[in-house]
Ligand binder design. Structure first.
Ligand SMILES: [Zn+2]
Length: 298
């Protein structure tokens, strides 16, 4: 088996193959043969799904510098090394069905990245730097049950996120909802009230949360010193992790939002979805001013 693998790789090296299929090989380690000498400088697509890899080599970008697509679906990868950020030509990265808990921020350096697949992992959050990848169009994070929110910078991407944040077991009937035309959107359970164009004053609780957040955000590493202030545990947790940020001005929001619904066919993303969904895009704003001035094209 091992010699057959070596032969496959050396043929690919000698004949300068652009595609290499190493799916279903029972690999526990990244094959050293791929990293030998100058590596495979011509390789553009590497398929390694359904193996047992737990990590990736640090010198991946050095040995396979022209990779455009990398398929690592169904392995046991826990950590993606920082070196992934050096695969400058990478357009498609599939890390679905692994054991990822963290995605390193260096992934934001992949400026050519268009498709990112991270479904069925253990992610709790996505790195802020991901938003720098201007080419990024498709992000799939379905079934990361601990992922309770998505960064607002992903608002104009095609997102797959079903089965995320399911630890909150609230039936949709109990959730707040709002409607626009024929579309009804249920809001996350943390949202306690919805603002309309006529509500110019925020609830006191929300005002207090925003003030506390700004007061203590200078020390984001350790909000525990807040303990002298007696906040209910649920609000203290919310203070660590806001419900979201205003799509217009990035102000954090905790229990109160001003939603604005855009039917998908009216948005610039309609073409990307190619008619596969009628779901609208919901913008969450922090104030009536932001509600009135937010536009998808702005
Ligand atoms: Zn705002």
């Amino acid at each position: 088996m091992a010699s057959e693998l070596c032969k496959t790789i050396s043929v690919a090296r000698l004949e300068k193959h652009k595609n290499l299929f190493l799916n279903y090989r029972n690999l526990h380690h990244f094959p050293l043969e791929l990293l030998k000498d100058e590596g495979l400088q011509h390789l553009e697509r590497l398929y390694m799904k359904r193996n047992s890899l737990t990590t990736l080599p640090e010198n991946l970008a050095q040995k396979l510098p022209n990779l455009v697509e990398l398929y690592l679906h169904s392995n046991n990868i826990v950590v993606v090394p920082e070196a992934i950020g050096s695969l400058v030509k990478l357009q498609c990265l599939d890390l679905s069905d692994n054991a990822l808990e963290i995605v390193c921020p260096e992934i934001g350096r992949l400026r050519a990245l268009r498709h990112l697949r991270l479904a069925n992992n253990q992610l709790q959050f996505l790195p802020p730097d991901l938003g720098r990848s201007r080419e990024l169009q498709y992000v799939y994070v379905d079934n990361n049950i601990h992922l309770k929110g998505l960064p607002s910078y992903l608002y104009n991407k095609v997102i797959g996120c079903s089965g995320c944040g399911v630890t909150i077991q609230v039936s949709e009937v109990k959730l707040l909802s709002f409607s626009s035309g024929q579309l009804t959107v249920f809001l996350p359970a943390e949202v306690k009230a919805i603002g309309t164009q006529d509500d110019h004053v925020l609830p006191l609780q929300e005002l207090a949360m925003r003030s506390l957040y700004h007061t203590y955000h200078k020390f984001p590493k350790d909000l525990n010193f807040l303990s002298p202030i007696s906040l209910p545990r649920s609000l203290l947790e919310l203070l660590h992790c806001p419900l979201g940020h205003c799509h217009r001005c990035s102000e954090p929001m905790f229990t109160f939002v001003y939603p604005k619904l855009f039917p998908l066919r009216e948005t610039p993303m309609a073409g990307l979805h190619q008619g596969r969904t009628t779901v609208g895009f919901v913008a969450y704003c922090c104030s009536t001013q932001c509600l009135q001035t937010f536009d998808l094209l702005s």
